[in-house]
Structure formats: structure tokens, C-alpha cells
Design a protein around this ligand. Structure first.
Ligand code: FEO
Length: 164
């Protein structure tokens, strides 16, 4: 059975994963609008992945016999100065999500809720992958640059990334 504290934290995470999905879908629209089809595709797929992150927690809460609650979802950012600014925003966002997950893991461990602790291990690994992915894109931007044909090449590279 989930403690009230853990239930609240997991429900907050459900809302945060929804927000991540909306943020990435909004970013996909921005990329498409700016003529960046590779990034638009990448974010559209990533938005779906975030929905699956949300659904997993939602189902876990329900499986414990508690009630999953969807709260109001904050409006995502809609404008970015350039592609580097956009991917810096995603990288910072993912670091914030990792911090949130780690906080819930800490609580589960302190409460000796090993079932929830075990469930959260998937998110610990996933966040490692998420941070790695966005950092690697920022590295590409740094190496190739966004001047001249750079923007076209970076966007093409990003479009070739396969989302698991
Ligand atoms: Fe649900 Fe991108 O972490």
C-alpha cells in the first residue's frame, strides 16, 4: 500500500510526465514552423514516449489500489531563440525530472516501500538515457555549429535518431 506522501509524489510525477509530453509536442510544432523536419519528427516521437512514462506511473498507482489523480497541466513554453536554446531547455528539463525521480526513490527507500523502490528503478535508468540523449544532441550542435549548412546538417542528424 502506498503512503499518502508517496501517492502524492507519484501523482505529481504523472502530471509532470504529461507536461513533458505537451512540452515536446509544442517543441515539435515550433521545429516544424521553423522548417526543421528532423527535430519536429524527433519531438513528436518523444512526446509519445513521455505519454508512456505517464501511463506506467498511472497504472502502478491504480495497481496498488490507490487513486491516480491528474492535476492541471502547466502551459508549455512556446518560443525559443534558436535550436541550441531549445535543446538546452530540454536538457535542463530532463535534469529537473531526474531530480524529482531521485526524490521519490529516496522516500520509497526511507519508507521501506521496496515494491515502489523496485518500480522506480526503470525510471532511474530511463532518466540516465534521457540526459545522455539530450546532452549528445547539444554536443552535436557544439561540434557542427548552426551557421550556414550547419543547421541543416544538425537537424538531419537529429531526424535519424531512433526513439526506443
Ligand atoms: Fe519522462 Fe523525458 O522523461
Amino acid at each position: 500500500m502506498l503512503s499518502e506522501n508517496l501517492l502524492n509524489k507519484l501523482n505529481t510525477q504523472v502530471t509532470l510526465e504529461f507536461y513533458s509530453s505537451n512540452l515536446y509536442l509544442q517543441m515539435s510544432a515550433w521545429c516544424d514552423y521553423k522548417g526543421l523536419p528532423g527535430s519536429a519528427k524527433f519531438f513528436k516521437e518523444h512526446a509519445k514516449e513521455e505519454m508512456s512514462h505517464m501511463q506506467k506511473i498511472f497504472d502502478y498507482i491504480q495497481d496498488t489500489g490507490a487513486l491516480a489523480i491528474i492535476d492541471a497541466i502547466e502551459k508549455p513554453e512556446i518560443d525559443f531563440s534558436d535550436l541550441k536554446n531549445l535543446y538546452t531547455t530540454t536538457y535542463n528539463h530532463e535534469k529537473m525530472i531526474t531530480k524529482q525521480i531521485n526524490e521519490i526513490v529516496d522516500i520509497a527507500l526511507n519508507e521501506k516501500d521496496y515494491s515502489t523502490f523496485n518500480f522506480l528503478q526503470w525510471y532511474v535508468s530511463e532518466q540516465h538515457e534521457e540526459e545522455k540523449l539530450f546532452k549528445s544532441i547539444l554536443d552535436k550542435i557544439e561540434i557542427i555549429g548552426l551557421d550556414g549548412r550547419g543547421l541543416f546538417m544538425v537537424d538531419k542528424e537529429i531526424g535519424n535518431i531512433v526513439i526506443r
